[in-house]
Design a protein around this ligand. Sequence first.
Ligand code: GRF
Length: 213
Amino acid sequence: MPPNSAHIPARIAVLVSGGGTNLQALLDAIAGDDDFGGEVVVIGSDRASAGGLDRARAAGIPTVTQAVAAHPDRAAWEAALVDDLAAHDVDVVVLAGFMRLLSGRFLARWPSRVINTHPSLLPAFRGAHAVRDALDYGVKVTGSTVHLVDEEVDHGPIVAQRAIDVRADDTEQTLHDRIKTVEHELLPAAVRLLCQGRLEVDGRHVRVREESP
Ligand code: GRF
């Protein structure tokens, strides 16, 4: 895959629906790495109350909010979101706890440049309740997956995964907290590779190109 952005550093949009700890991990990683290759230029949400928006404001990064209910249908909602991101000339879109599905129209605007973090070892436990579903199933191992986004839910080519053990006394909260500490490493590392144009996608397979010396 050619370098992923028209801009150097790549212009990143982060979409959040919740507290934004993954967003914060990404911001911290970029702040501490002169060679990251990307900068967060806008943070978007479908919820005005998302804690991630407070983190954006604290970091002095512009925010946009598009609530689905504010539009006649999902297509109109998504088109408004695309317009917001395009207005910031975005190269890469990071879904960091963004609890909405995006259609092929959105993805076609940023081909192989939309990346998501999911709190399970895909393809196990897709969907919005991955941590609870893994606990209910009784698995002994779960983890974190970072993947490129396609039109199916939690399905696109996998960039990175890491497993963690499930403990006998885990609750959904304690397990999710431990998964998040893994996500906070994997997501920024994967976004860095994407921004640097070092992800080569071949069908379901993603290879990482070595850093040039
Ligand atoms: C993460 O575990 C993510 O994988 C899931 O939602 C959580 C978001 O957490 N989709 P945060 O808002 O980044 O703290």
